[in-house]
Design a protein around this ligand. Structure first.
Ligand code: NAP
Length: 493
C-alpha cells in the first residue's frame, strides 16, 4: 500500500460514464490504494452551457496538477461546436500514444477462444486525419488534410518499441497504407524502419493495413505489438476488441510525455444510462492500466486477477456477457452486482488464464522518456530546398480540354503546365484515362527546367490564373527537399 496518496482527476462523463467510473473507483478504494480523487467535468453538459470545447478551464487546471486522468465516455452533442471533447483532451495534453491491449479473457466466449490472443495496438493519437483540418473546396467537394510528421511518428513508434522492450515482447508490426499514401503513411513506415535498427532484439515487420485487418480476422494470435497511424489504429483496435469479447472489455490508455488519460473504448451507450446494467469491465481494466502507470503494480495485479476470477467463475455476468454466452438475461448481474463480486474476489487468482506473452503487462511503466529531439532550426537549415512550381485547384464548369489550353497560355514564359487532373487522375493532356468530373480540377505548373522559382514569379502565376478563373480555391507550393520531389504524381502522369 502506498504511503502518499496519488492525485487523480476523475471525469465521470456522460451516459453510462458515471456508473462505470463509480465501479472502478469503488474497486480501487476497496483494494486499499490511496487516491485523492479530484472530480472534474467534461462533455455534454459543458457543451450545452456554451463552452464549445467541452472541457472547462477548471478541468484543465485539475489535469495540470494531477497529470493522471480516469474518465468516463464523453458525448459530443450535435449543434454545440461539434468538436469531440475526447479528441480535445487528447490534443490539449498531447497524449500521442493510444495503447489498447486485446487479450483473451476467461469466461468470455469468442470465436478465437483458446488461441491465446495477447496483442497491444499502439495508435498515434493526435495527427493524421484527426487533425480535423477540413474544407469544402466547392459547395459539393470536401477535403480533409492528412497530417503526418516525422516527429509525431518518431514519438509513437519509439513508444511502441520501448513498450515491447519493457514487456519482453518479441515483435512490433508497423501497419500503414504506404503503398498508396507515400508521403504520409510512407513517412511513418520510413521512420519505423529507421528506428527498428535501435531495437535489434525485437523483430520488426511492416504490413499493409488491409492485410493486417485480414490477418487479424484469420490468425490474430500471430500479432504481438502493432503500431500504426491514427485512423488505421482507430479501426483495427475496434476490430481487435471484437476478437476478445467486444466493447464491454476494451480498455485503453492515452500516454503523453507528462499526462496520461485512461478510459474505456466504448462510448456513453445512452440507452443504458442510469439503468445499472452496463458492463464496467472495460473501465475497470483501464483503471488497472492507470494503477500500473502510478507504480501501484501489486494493486493492479490484485484487481486484474479479481476481474479475471469473476469472469471465469461466471456467477456475476452482466447482460452483454449473458447474451454472448447464450444465457437468460433475466439472470444477469447489475453493474453494482458485478462490482460487488469483483470486490469480494480481491485476493483470488483465476485458475486458468492464458499465459501472458510479455514479462510485464500493458502500461506497466510510465511513458517512455523521449530522447532530446533533433528538430531544431539547424536540422532544417541544413536541408537544401527549392520551390519549382504550384498546384492550383480550380472550381470550374469547363472541361479539361477547354481549361488546359487556357492555362497553358496563362503559364507564361516562366512556367509550363504539366497536367490538369480530376480527383488524382490526369485528364489533360489526355492519356486516355477518364474521370467523372466533380467541378474541381487541379493544375500543376512547374518551371521548365526544374529551376527554383522566386516568390514574385509564383505570385504572378497565381494572380494570372485567379484573374481568368475566379473559382481558384487552393494552392500548394511544389517543393524539392535535398533533391527529392516533395509531392506525388497524378495517376496516369
Ligand atoms: P457506444 O456508446 O459505445 O455504444 C454502442 C453499443 O455498444 C451499445 O449500445 C452496446 O451494444 C455496446 N456497448 C457499449 N459499451 C458497452 C459496455 N460497457 N458493455 C457492454 N456493451 C457495451 O457507441 P455509440 O452509441 O456510437 O456512441 C454514443 C456516444 O458516445 C456518442 O455521443 C459518441 O460520440 C460517444 N463516444 C464517446 C467515446 C469516448 O468518450 N471515448 C467513445 C465512443 C463514442 P448493445 O446495444 O448491443 O447492447
Amino acid at each position: 500500500m502506498s504511503s502518499q496518496p496519488h492525485r487523480v482527476t476523475v471525469i465521470p462523463g456522460d451516459g453510462v460514464g458515471p456508473e462505470v467510473v463509480r465501479s472502478a473507483v469503488r474497486i480501487i478504494d476497496a483494494a486499499g490504494v490511496r487516491i485523492e480523487w479530484e472530480e472534474a467535468e467534461a462533455g455534454a453538459e459543458v457543451f450545452r452551457r456554451g463552452d464549445t470545447s467541452g472541457v472547462p478551464q477548471a478541468t484543465r487546471d485539475s489535469i495540470e496538477r494531477s497529470r493522471v486522468v480516469l474518465k468516463g465516455p464523453l458525448e459530443t452533442p450535435v449543434g454545440f461546436g461539434e468538436k469531440s471533447a475526447n479528441v480535445t483532451l487528447r490534443k490539449l495534453f498531447e497524449t500521442y500514444a493510444n495503447v489498447r491491449p486485446a487479450r483473451e479473457l476467461p469466461g468470455v466466449p469468442t470465436r478465437y477462444a483458446g488461441e491465446g490472443i495477447d496483442l497491444i495496438i499502439v495508435r498515434e493519437n493526435v495527427e493524421d486525419l484527426y487533425a480535423g483540418i477540413e474544407h469544402m473546396e466547392t459547395p459539393d467537394v470536401g477535403q480533409c488534410l492528412k497530417v503526418i510528421s516525422r516527429k509525431g511518428s518518431e514519438k509513437v513508434i519509439r513508444y511502441a518499441f520501448e513498450l515491447a522492450r519493457r514487456e519482453g515482447r518479441a515483435k512490433v508490426t508497423c501497419a500503414t497504407k504506404a503503398n498508396i499514401m507515400k508521403l504520409t503513411e510512407g513517412l511513418f513506415k520510413k521512420v519505423f524502419e529507421e528506428l527498428s535498427a535501435e531495437y535489434p532484439e525485437i523483430a520488426a515487420e511492416h504490413l499493409i493495413i488491409d492485410n493486417v485487418a485480414h490477418q487479424l480476422a484469420k490468425d490474430p494470435a500471430q500479432f504481438d505489438v502493432i503500431v500504426t497511424t491514427n485512423l488505421n489504429g482507430d479501426i483495427i483496435s475496434d476490430l481487435a476488441s471484437g476478437l476478445v469479447g467486444g466493447l464491454g472489455f476494451a480498455s485503453s490508455g492515452n500516454y503523453g510525455d507528462s499526462v496520461a488519460i485512461f478510459e474505456a473504448v466504448h462510448g456513453s451507450a445512452p440507452k443504458y444510462a442510469g439503468k445499472d446494467l452496463i458492463n464496467p469491465t472495460a473501465l475497470i481494466l483501464s483503471s488497472v492500466m492507470m494503477l500500473r502507470h502510478l507504480g501501484e503494480l501489486a494493486a493492479a495485479e490484485r484487481i486484474e486477477d479479481a476481474v479475471l476470477a469473476t469472469l471465469e467463475e461466471g456467477r456475476a455476468m452482466t447482460q452483454d456477457l449473458v447474451r454472448q454466452s447464450g444465457g437468460d438475461v433475466d439472470t444477469a448481474a447489475s453493474t453494482t452486482g458485478f462490482t460487488d463480486a469483483v470486490i469480494a474476489n480481491l485476493g483470488k487468482r483465476p485458475a486458468a488464464v492464458a499465459p501472458k506473452r510479455g514479462t510485464a503487462l500493458a502500461g506497466a511503466v510510465p511513458p517512455t522518456p523521449m530522447p532530446a529531439w533533433s528538430y531544431g532550426p539547424e536540422r532544417y537549415a541544413a536541408i537544401e530546398r527549392r520551390t519549382i512550381g504550384l498546384d492550383i485547384f480550380i472550381e470550374t464548369d469547363l472541361s479539361a480540354d477547354v481549361l488546359g489550353p487556357d492555362l497553358e497560355r496563362l503559364a507564361g514564359a516562366g512556367f509550363r503546365l504539366e497536367f490538369v487532373e480530376s480527383r488524382g487522375t490526369k485528364v489533360y493532356p489526355s492519356v486516355g484515362l477518364s474521370s467523372d468530373g466533380v467541378r474541381l480540377l487541379r493544375a500543376r505548373f512547374v518551371t521548365p527546367d526544374g529551376a527554383a522559382a522566386l516568390d514574385a514569379a509564383l505570385l504572378g502565376l497565381q494572380g494570372r490564373v485567379a484573374g481568368s478563373h475566379p473559382g481558384w480555391t487552393h494552392v500548394e507550393k511544389l517543393h524539392v527537399f535535398d533533391g527529392a520531389e516533395a509531392f506525388t504524381k497524378a495517376q496516369g502522369q
